[in-house]
Design a protein around this ligand. Structure first.
Ligand code: NAD
Ligand code: MG
Length: 389
């Protein structure tokens, strides 16, 4: 049997590490690793590239190319750096490509991989939020298949496979509620980066952990679901489910609700995307319902978690509104991490950026998206200055 050719973008991150772990579990000899990528952690990137016997390792950071070259000397693994190198690596023929770079930086390499017609395991959600229609159109053109890796969307994908041709009546995205589910608005105004990063159920990268604490993650996921599944914004609901055991649900016209349950472990979604349409055994925890005892649900509070309404506004405005939301949100998030603005200011910055940039023309290609993204970041930075003052 020929080995499957795979590439992993963002291999040094949380999803990247879980992907490597799943691949090792399934047997490294079954895969031929084409490309792996990282950013500042060049030592980590080189270590993984050696372990996976990758053809090429790419760091996004141009300054670190000499360091990467040194770390790979004598291995026969090529080293490269920068955005163009990422795009070139993503354009190399592969059967399966993991898109797990964080943020809009994933856009260009993911689009390049999509153009090759590879199966794209999409962990990165910002790509779909910022440029969903463009990315999906390219995938239709090349015949690339998209397998969602974000746990909620992977869950819904699995449910749609089970439901066959039946149209979905409602999609119910579950949200853990994050570490501040029971905090007052006053308490939330004062939380630190470390507190915002302490997710109760999932172990994830820094940014998505903070995004889970103010539900920006769920807001992005609503838009992601809107692009991935054939539903209108009104059909997408969010319910807080603190145990993170149900990963999402789909309702149908006869009142049936299908739910996907599993341990809160990203290896389940990654393993599914890597094995689809089959299922491979994974060494993850098996659920014990008696030990769990109960599953709880509550409505998200729109006052403490305004991000959800921002997502609804982005979808109803349409056009590039979600791209503005994403770009200004990345700036606001970086500013919170840097200690320049407070936790609640993030949503305020994004809301105002979306107001200011309402009515921009529709994007026709990735260059239009990059222009809107840059504009959203400029406005975001302006607003951050005001909130920081
Ligand atoms: P992470 O911060 O742990 O890792 C991010 C990866 O992207 C690293 O390899 C890093 O080197 C790379 N990277 C960072 N900035 C870059 C840049 N400018 N250019 C190129 N590469 C860059 O993030 P993560 O938690 O693994 O999340 C990755 C993506 O998957 C995000 O879009 C996130 O929303 C999504 N996701 C993550 C999880 C999770 O459990 N971690 C779950 C669902 C979805
Ligand atoms: Mg998710």
């Amino acid at each position: 049997m020929s080995r499957r050719k795979i590439s992993i973008f963002g291999v040094t991150g949380s999803i990247g590490a879980n992907t490597v772990s799943v691949i090792e579990g399934l047997g490294l000899d079954r895969f031929e690793v084409i490309a792996v990528s990282g950013n500042t952690n060049v030592a980590g990137l080189a270590k993984i590239a050696r372990k996976l016997h990758a053809q090429i390792a790419v760091t996004a950071d141009n300054q670190r190319l000499p360091e990467l070259r040194d770390a790979l000397a004598g291995t026969g693994i090529a080293a490269a750096a920068g955005t163009n190198a990422l795009i070139e690596a993503a354009s190399r023929p592969a059967d399966w490509v993991m898109s797990a770079i964080v943020g809009a930086a994933a856009l260009a390499p993911t689009l390049a991989a999509a153009r090759t017609g590879a199966t794209i395991a999409l962990a990165n959600k910002e790509c779909l939020v910022a440029a969903g229609p463009i990315l999906l159109a390219e995938m239709r053109k090349s015949g690339a298949r998209l397998l969602p890796v974000d746990s909620e969307h992977n869950a819904i994908f699995q449910l749609t496979c089970a439901a066959g041709e039946c149209p979905i009546e409602r999609l119910i995205l579950t949200a853990s509620g994050g570490p501040f589910r029971d905090h007052s608005l006053d308490q939330m105004a004062r939380v630190t980066v470390a507190q915002a990063m302490a997710h109760p159920n999932w172990s994830m990268g820094r940014r998505i952990s903070i995004d889970s604490a103010n539900m920006f993650n769920k807001a992005l996921e609503m838009i992601e679901a809107w692009h991935l599944f054939d539903v209108a914004p009104e059909q997408i609901e969010v319910v807080v489910h603190p145990q993170s055991i149900i990963h999402s649900m789909a309702g149908f016209c006869d009142g049936t609700i299908l739910a996907h349950l599993g341990p809160p472990d990203m290896r389940v979604a990654i393993g599914h995307a890597l094995s689809w349409p089959e299922r491979a055994a994974l060494p993850v925890e098996r659920l014990d319902f008696v030990a769990l005892g109960r599953l709880d649900f509550e409505a998200p509070d729109p006052v403490r978690f305004p991000a959800l309404d921002l997502a609804r506004a982005a979808m109803s405005r349409g056009g590039v509104s979600a791209c503005v939301m994403n770009g200004s949100h990345e700036v606001a998030l970086d500013s919170f991490i840097a200690g320049h603005i407070g936790f609640l200011d993030m949503a305020a910055v994004v809301g105002e950026a979306m107001e200011r940039l309402d009515g921009l023309p529709k994007a026709n290609d990735l260059d239009d998206i990059f222009a809107v993204d840059a504009q959203a970041r400029r406005v975001g930075r302006d607003l951050v200055k005001r909130f920081a003052a």
